[in-house]
Design a protein around this ligand. Structure first.
Ligand SMILES: NC(=O)c1ccc[n+]([C@@H]2O[C@H](COP(=O)([O-])OP(=O)(O)OC[C@H]3O[C@@H](n4cnc5c(N)ncnc54)[C@H](O)[C@@H]3O)[C@@H](O)[C@H]2O)c1
Length: 266
């Protein structure tokens, strides 16, 4: 759903991972609300044109979130040209599965580096501007796998758990300066990342098992996460900081075992 209330008119939002999936959906939602989007990703996507179509002053920077110099340069350029940074959404991330004895240590380091260190660097890069303006809303994208374990989750879960607690610390340290920081913990959302894991050969049963735990019986849509990011960036959440907004179709509400199907309720 693309809304166009223009609630974010004049606001500036930096969004990492903006070329795909949840970052792209959030960029489109914020752009449709009138925000200027500064998108960051490793490579632009054709879909990014939809963001500039909605908000023509939006810009895309090809950068790696683990590159401190590049991130600081983007934040400095944004502040110099647009005068402010109202919102940061850290959606850049990668998945990598494997129990600890099976995952290569280089893969472990890469997952921690992009998901956790990249998030910290993104946040650090906007803080000077937000402190100077004494306002800002930072939205990190962790995962339900940062609050509960999963088979073979290892590095990804450890990184996302780090993002959850980093969010709380940023909220504590900067709340009195007017900066809020909240986390979104998505469940299984239909994006290229999910498709690359769950729609490969041999994953049919795993996919069915996940769908059984999704109490709404389906994967989420990227715009359903963008809606949460809209809420956290807007004044509607003005008294909320340091929290996890879990958007998971009820996945973490508890276990389903097929009983409602057995008794014919569904
Ligand atoms: N899709 C899901 O089910 C799901 C669930 C929970 C959490 N998440 C998290 O949401 C975020 C977005 O995931 P998605 O599903 O949209 O995936 P996606 O693969 O569609 O998008 C992720 C984007 O991040 C970019 N990226 C990766 N590494 C980068 C780097 N070093 N620097 C800059 N950009 C980089 C990719 O190029 C890609 O465009 C990730 O952090 C992911 O862990 C996704």
């Amino acid at each position: 759903m693309v809304s166009s209330s223009q609630a974010f008119k004049g606001k500036v939002a930096i969004i990492t991972g903006a070329a795909s999936g949840l970052g792209l959906a959030t960029a489109m939602r914020f752009a449709s609300e009138g925000a200027i989007i500064v998108g960051i990703d490793l490579t632009p996507s054709e879909a990014w044109n939809q963001v500039t179509g909605l908000s023509p002053k939006s810009v895309f920077h090809r950068a790696d979130v683990t590159d401190e110099q590049a991130q600081f340069a983007i934040a400095a350029e944004t502040t110099a040209k647009l005068g402010r940074i109202d919102t940061l959404v850290t959606a850049a991330g990668v998945g990598e599965a494997g129990p600890l004895n099976m995952i290569e240590i280089d893969a472990w380091r890469r997952v921690i580096d992009i998901n956790l260190n990249g998030t910290a660097i993104s946040i650090k890069s906007v803080l000077d501007t937000m402190i100077a303006q004494r306002s800002g809303s930072i939205i990190t994208i962790a995962s339900i796998e940062g609050i509960v374990g999963t088979e073979g989750g290892g590095a990804y879960n450890a990184a996302k758990g780090g993002v959850v607690i980093l969010t709380k610390n940023v909220a504590i340290d900067y709340g009195r300066i007017g900066i809020r920081c909240n986390c979104i913990c998505p469940g299984f959302i239909d994006t290229p990342m999910l498709q690359s894991v769950l729609y490969i050969e041999g994953m049919d049963e795993v996919r069915k098992s996940i769908l059984l735990q999704s109490k709404l019986g389906r994967f989420g849509r990227p715009d359903e996460i963008a809606g949460g990011a809209y809420f956290l960036a807007s004044e509607d959440s003005s008294y909320m900081t340091g929290q996890n907004l879990v958007i998971d179709g009820g996945y973490t509400a508890g276990h389903a075992h097929g009983i409602v199907e057995m008794i014919g309720l569904v």
